[in-house]
Design a binder for this molecule. Structure first.
Ligand SMILES: [Zn+2]
Length: 113
């Protein structure tokens, strides 16, 4: 019995199909994520929004997304939490220490004349 297809061909087809599907889902996810506003600014009026308490299945979205509510225009929606990309956290600026008051090592000597 001669099959007109072989399993090796089928695996290649399945592999390409699954790969395309994964790529499409990844692209769609990136597109949707790009649509979600980032930060805590309101999309419509630019005012600062207040975070809403996660209820129900919202925690499934993870720490990256938060429901936010605008007090000015009562906008409500999902916003991304800024700078929480895993592994791409921007380096913190080095905390500049306030300059310590330099204590005079020697008692004040009279200025040489
Ligand atoms: Zn607003």
């Amino acid at each position: 019995m001669d099959a007109w297809w072989a399993w090796s061909d089928a695996w290649i087809f399945i592999g390409v199909f699954v790969g395309l599907r994964i790529a499409f889902i990844w692209l769609a996810t990136q597109f949707i994520v790009a649509l979600i506003p980032e930060g805590n600014r309101c999309v419509t009026c630019g005012e600062e929004t207040q975070p809403l308490v996660h209820e129900g299945g919202w925690h499934l979205l993870g720490q990256r997304f938060h429901r936010r509510f605008c007090l000015s225009c009562s906008w409500e929606g999902v916003a991304r939490t800024p700078s929480t990309k895993r592994g791409k956290r921007p380096p913190r600026p080095p905390r500049s220490k306030p300059p310590a008051p330099r204590a005079p090592r020697t008692p004040r000597a009279p200025a040489p004349r």
